[in-house]
Design a protein. Structure first.
Length: 260
């Protein structure tokens, strides 16, 4: 992984960020299609931050853009219904959700669009920077819908298990979307998922997600929801109270008490 300023105007900020993230800084004129110095490069371009894989076959850039057409579509799709049902949307207003594995904030945004108050934990410093950048851009957007949704999202830049007590106070639901195991048909993996697989070797510590579920179940919340690939076993072989199943994704719901 490396960092690059898109233009000379971005070089000062790029230098500061490279130092903060301990990443090597590539020259502005390095061509990422032919670059062999890194497999992925975090590019700073004005107020945007995006991750670009290097090489000829690399998919397009990945960035956090809550106002994008893709995000708007997702907020209106069937995926929203499934996730809403899993967290218990409509049973309590407002519902406070801790997204313990925020990633690029897509699920958190869908939840906030469903009027949930969302606290997002993210521990990876590169993903965190992308998330911060996306939240900053959305907060200054003149799109009324977007800025209203964003106001219900708060970032907590820690490992979820180290969340301060005041942040977990009053949380109704803990939501987990840990890394999916590597899929054999990697060409079919969405570019965001390919990026996660590149950034983290999720096979390195398969018990990590299990431990996170065990931690989540120890917290004083009404329910814990885990997103899984539809055919994957439950985390930590813990049987959920019930499942909400979609075509490729399943939500395992662990109910402690009613949402009141
Ligand atoms: C598959 S991604 C989540 C994608 C996210 N649901 C979305 O919609 O973009 C998993 C993310 O969880 C983060 N993560 C995993 N374990 C964590 C933990 N214990 N605390 C905080 N973040 C964690 C990883 O760094 C990664 O960014």
């Amino acid at each position: 992984m490396a960092l690059q300023a898109a233009t000379t105007l971005d070089e000062v900020f790029a230098g500061q960020l490279a130092q903060r993230l301990c990443l090597p800084l590539l020259k502005t004129d390095v061509d990422l299609v032919h670059c062999t110095l890194a497999t992925a490069v975090l590019v700073i371009s004005g107020h945007s931050l995006y991750l670009q894989q290097t090489g000829r076959a690399a998919p397009g850039p990945v960035m956090v853009d809550f106002g994008s057409a893709g995000m708007r579509h997702r907020s209106r799709s069937g995926a929203r219904e499934l996730l809403g049902k899993a967290v218990g949307h409509g049973k309590k207003m407002p519902l406070k959700v801790l997204d313990a594995t925020a990633g690029l904030g897509t699920d958190a945004f869908v939840l906030a669009d469903l009027a949930c108050e969302v606290v997002m934990c993210e521990r990876n410093p590169v993903i965190l920077e992308m998330l911060r950048c996306g939240l900053r851009s959305a907060a200054v957007s003149d799109d009324v819908w977007l800025s209203a949704v964003i106001q219900r999202m708060r970032l907590c830049p820690v490992d979820a298990r180290q969340i301060p007590a005041e942040e977990i106070e009053g949380v109704d639901v803990i939501y987990l979307d840990p890394m999916f195991p590597q899929r054999a048909k990697s060409a079919a993996v969405r570019k965001e998922m390919a990026l996660f697989q590149l950034l983290f070797d999720c096979s390195a510590n398969p018990q990590d997600a299990d431990a996170l579920l065990v931690w989540a179940l120890e917290q004083d919340t009404a329910r814990v929801v885990v997103k899984r690939p539809s055919k994957a076993p439950s985390l930590a072989t813990l049987k959920p109270s019930h499942c909400i199943s979609g075509k490729s994704v399943r939500y395992d719901v662990y109910v402690h008490r009613k949402l009141l």
